[in-house]
Every structure is written in C-alpha cells, then in structure tokens.
Design a protein. Structure first.
Length: 256
C-alpha cells in the first residue's frame, strides 16, 4: 500500500493511471470539495465543472458522482441535469438514460426517529439535522465532545427500524438510511449498464461511507483510492487539490 507522501505532487505521481478503458466514481464532499462546517456551505467552482466535463468526454460518459447528498442537492450544486449520480449513499440513482431509481421507503417509518433527532437538536445548539426524506443525517461537527453520547442515543432511536434501516457513520455525522441501498450497490448497478460496462472502474473517496464503493470496484479489478487520513485503500491521495490534479492528468491520458 502506498504510504502518505510528504508533498501532494509526489502523491499524485504514486497513483497509477489505468492502461485500459476506464470509468470513474467520485465522492463529493472531502474528495472533490473541501469539507465545510455544514452541507450548505460548499461551492462548486467553474474549474471543477470544466474538469468533470473533460473526464466525461475522455471516458465516453462513464463518470458518476456517488455521494451522501441527495440528487436534488447535487443538481443544485453542479447545475448539470446530465450528470450521472448516486445520491443518499445509493438510495437514489440517475442512470445514463436520465432515469431515476429511488429506494422504496415508507417515509412514515422514520417519523419517530425524526422527532427524536429534532429533540436532540433542540437540546444541543451545535447539532444540525439534515432531512433527506428517505434518510436522516445528524451533523455534530460543532459538538464533537458529544459524539459518544449522540451515537448511543441515535442507536436507541433507530433500533426499532433494524434491519430495514441502518446507521451509517461518517465524518462528524450519523445517518439513518435504508439498509439495502449502499454505495456498493450503486456502483455495481452502474457497472452493469452502458457506458460503464466492460471498463476498469476507479472509485475515489475520503470517508468510511466510501468503503462500499471501494469494495465494488475491487470486484471488477478496479482501483480504490482513499483521500486524506480517515480511510485506507489500495492507493492514496492527500486531499481534494491532489484529487483534482490527478483527475486532470487522467482526463488527458492517452489510454482513456
């Protein structure tokens, strides 16, 4: 396994570029974008949009964003309804034909958990509840000292929904989401369809929620690339700036 390099440029050189036709799966927050204090504080700059357009052209369209955000939120950020997306950690997916695949969830199942999380937010001003409809995310970046208490309380709230729903631990966030749909299932579904089918997949992510994506591409003999110091994979890049630099090289590589 590649060890963290002292400079971003060295780390970029360490991750190989594929020598066969490739496809690409990208996490967003912490991978393409620097993490912010809350989900609404990020900004997608024109340079990133240009980079994604170049990657899609190089890969014959086989590029997808695979995020914990909803598809509606990703569309708001990137302002491109043609992007192929998996949202809510795989609970939503927009394929190459523009079709939307959504996990069948009875929203009333989450009503008691939602009410409990709202009470927690009312007690602790540092918390933020993100309601994704079919899932709920409790952000505690500004209340890190409460992490163990929060995880225990959310586990109790969500216990009646197991095994149909699962808890997902991310960077300063605890999510309650449908268990059957993951980043693994989303990547696998994309790989069974054009334009991804038959290509060597690459998944790049920075959080524990991305381990499913890593597992999926490994089954197709692809590249799993970890970003930062929160996760480990076969290859490593130090942060979003290095990710973009490496992706820029990939977009112009001869064997894309």
């Amino acid at each position: 396994m590649i060890q963290p390099a002292p400079r971003e440029s060295a780390a970029v050189q360490a991750v190989p570029h594929p020598t066969t036709a490739w496809c690409l799966f990208l996490d967003v927050d912490g991978t393409l974008l620097e993490l912010a204090d809350h989900p609404g504080a990020v900004f997608v700059d024109p340079g990133l949009k240009t980079l994604l357009a170049g990657l899609r052209e190089a890969a014959a369209g086989a590029v997808a964003l695979v995020s914990g955000r909803t598809i509606a939120d990703l569309d708001r950020l990137f302002s491109d309804p043609t992007l192929l997306l998996a949202g809510m950690h795989g609970c939503e997916r927009r394929d190459a034909h523009g079709r939307l695949h959504v996990a069948p969830v009875a929203l009333e199942q989450l009503s008691q958990v939602r009410a409990g999380l709202q009470q927690m937010v009312a007690r602790h001003p540092g918390l933020l509840l993100e309601d994704k409809g079919a899932g709920l995310a409790l952000h505690f970046l500004k209340a890190r000292e409460l992490e163990h208490e929060l995880r225990a309380e959310v586990s109790l709230l969500a216990a009646p929904l197991v095994p149909h729903f699962a808890l997902l631990d991310g960077h300063a966030v605890i999510e309650v989401k449908p268990a059957a749909h993951t980043k693994d299932s989303a990547v696998t579904a994309f790989m069974e369809e054009a334009p991804f089918r038959g290509r060597l997949p690459i998944f790049i992510g920075d959080d524990r929620t991305d381990y499913g994506g890593f597992a999926a591409v490994r089954r197709f003999d692809g590249l799993a690339v970890a970003v930062g110091d929160r996760v480990k994979a076969d290859w490593w890049l130090p942060g979003p700036a290095a990710v973009r630099e490496w992706l820029g090289q990939l977009a112009t590589s001869v064997n894309s």
